[in-house]
Ligand binder design. Structure first.
Ligand SMILES: [Zn+2]
Ligand SMILES: [Zn+2]
Length: 355
């Protein structure tokens, strides 16, 4: 069953039947010029609300980035509506491997400056001059090539729980940092190496590949539809799976398992574990990996300090948080020094540097 680009009527019917009354978890993006994102946003919200779509959708002058869930029985209507929008006709839908009816709880369609916070000045390079898109089969071949450097375009907390074998996984908090780090590391190999990149659903590579071509890299490739689509193709076409561990996703599910390998460790006791959690202390909210035993022992907290705080009356906790920074730093704080088994990914990057 091919689940990207056009789903045939038969494939759609199969998908809906298989899901039964369940919701399907879907993501897609498209770079396109949108003149009035506000009007487009309202149009989407009114239409999708009727289909009981839930999710987080960003709309900007540069396009749309959507992560959502839709009841299986409304999938057909949803897809038909997408096809009425010229630049979304037959857009590739990344359909999740593991569905969760609670992946999203609300429909939020937001107008943003950009659909991905990439930190790039798009006027400085041609964003349409992208890398070569490869499917799972081509990707598997490419990464066996000794001249290939395979780069994970995601952040440290994503690659920590799962990545492609032999991928370079930069120890970065942001996409922008990653771009510079990789360029610096590969500056001697702009012409002789093949730069092959991947991310969750492909959106980050759309910009990254254009950026690297602009920076003089001659052979730039990107995994079409990212890890989500790769996993689907591996399954449907019976290909070799080169991805180990879990794919980090940005909804309540947190991740989807792609292989049975557990490649990360509990940040508190060091035992194999790959489940991200947020510290139960709302004033901390640190994102970290915690095993079931530590979860119980620590009351889902990252430290004894936080454990003490959550025992205080709620009003007192609120008073303590006053004037503190916002919790958007949660991923950064994932590096917190008090976690004894936080992995140092920088070492991985050094050892995998091409010779
Ligand atoms: Zn533990
Ligand atoms: Zn904490």
């Amino acid at each position: 069953m091919q689940l990207y680009n056009n789903l045939s009527a038969k494939e759609r019917a199969e998908l809906i039947e298989k899901a039964g009354k369940e919701r399907l978890t879907i993501s897609f993006y498209k770079y396109a010029k949108i003149g009035n994102p506000e009007i487009f946003r309202n149009h989407l919200f009114l239409a999708w609300d009727q289909f009981d779509v839930l999710g987080r959708i960003y709309v900007a002058n540069e396009g749309i980035n959507a992560q959502l869930s839709v009841p299986a029985e409304n999938f057909e209507a949803f897809k038909n509506h997408l096809d009425t929008i010229s630049f979304l006709e037959n857009v590739r839908l990344n359909i999740a491997i593991e569905h969760d009816n609670f992946a999203f709880l609300k429909l939020k369609v937001k107008v943003r400056h950009k659909i991905v916070a990439d930190g790039l000045n798009d006027d400085s390079f041609d964003v349409t001059n992208k890398g070569i898109h490869v499917d799972a089969e081509q990707f598997n071949e490419l990464i066996e090539d000794p001249d290939t450097v395979l780069v994970d375009m995601r952040n440290h907390y994503e690659s920590e729980i799962g990545h492609f074998k032999n991928a370079v996984t930069p120890d970065v908090d942001t996409f922008r940092e990653s771009l510079d780090l990789i360029e610096e590391d590969l500056k001697e190999h702009k012409e002789d190496k093949k730069l092959v990149m991947y991310c969750t659903g492909g959106i980050r590579c759309e910009k990254a590949s254009a950026y690297y071509k602009h920076k003089g890299f001659k052979n730039v490739y990107q995994l079409e539809g990212g890890i989500i689509n790769y996993a689907r193709q591996v399954e449907s076409k019976g290909l070799d799976n080169k991805f180990i561990g879990k794919n980090f996703v940005f909804d309540q599910r947190r991740s989807e398992r792609i292989s049975n390998d557990v490649i990360a460790n509990c940040h508190q006791c060091g035992k194999p574990a790959d489940l991200h959690t947020n510290c139960a202390n709302e004033g901390c909210h640190l994102l970290f990996i915690q095993c079931d035993e530590c979860k119980e022992k620590m009351d889902n907290c990252c430290s004894t300090n936080c454990q003490e705080i959550i025992k205080l009356p709620y009003e007192e906790q609120k008073a303590m948080r006053k004037g503190q920074g916002n919790s958007n730093d949660i991923f950064k704080k994932g590096r917190a020094d008090h976690l004894p088994f936080k992995k140092d990914l920088r070492n991985i990057f050094d050892t995998l540097k091409p010779q």
